[in-house]
Design a protein around this ligand. Sequence first.
Ligand code: ZN
Length: 344
Amino acid sequence: MKLRLGARSFGYRGTTMADVQESFLHGQLLERRQRLETAIASSRGSESLLQLLDEVDSALERMKAGTYGICETCHDTIEKDRLINDPLIRYCLDHLTASQRRALEQDLQLASQLQRGLLPNQNLAFGGWEVCSHYQPLGLVSGDYCDVVTHQNESQDIFFALGDVSGKGVAASMLMSQLHAIFRTLIASGLTVQAMVERASRVFCQSTISTLFATLVLVRAGQSGNIEVCNAGHCPALLLQGGKVIELRATGVPLGLFCEGVYPTQKAEMASGDALLLYTDGLSEARSANEEEYGAERLKELAASSWALSAQALVAACIDDLEVFRSGAPLLDDLTVMAIRRVA
Ligand SMILES: [Zn+2]
């Protein structure tokens, strides 16, 4: 998801996003300083620890002087998500040394592998449901969240989750894996869908810096074809029944925006042949070469005419249509599409 909550939107906190980030990083640096001093005291001042302490002090000085977060080579601002991961960095991505660049590439490759390991199989079929997902990060890692979980109790419920963390790149991908862990734990706990999303929002709110949030659709699907859907600030889920498309719109704000968010759910019955289409705004907000937006309406029309397709063919139809629309224009965001079809 592209960050669209600018500094203004954070006015209710009486502070701007830049303030929040700066004070978060300042806190991080002070904490590191304290830990280092403790470690140095017990190690009789090892050389590498002393050097790290110097780096932390130098970062604190730059903060005081107002030059923190500015590349020392080109004097442009350093990427925010990189500073959040490592508050000590002093160069933008364009001005890393060769060895720093190599190390970064290796880290990204590893992060990418770890993230791929969290994804469900692309095609799944069980309990009268057929699922297909298409997961396409913009870079090596993605802020999109996609999971399918079978509940190991008598109810035999299946859970489908698709979400989108604000921002892109490494910071977003770390929050994506956090969401994955939170929901895996909550689903195993047997809570209602509403209680799960409310609790996840609280956990997410307390554990991330306040400038990041995530939109999400969580679906519980029962053996008889009944579904319960919670949409937390995400693009509408599309329920396809015959040629009819029903939008299941958001009933709550994105996770992590307020700790005490309330998340009512919507229920529906899916008969054999009905499908549910979930997607991230990497699809609906994709741009053509003429800067036109793909748009939710075009997707709805496509869904209305493709309702009879298998889950796999429905996802393929979306990706193909997007390709035709883009006609070579690059994607600007992570892209995920999931189709769930009732086949019993
Ligand atoms: Zn630079």
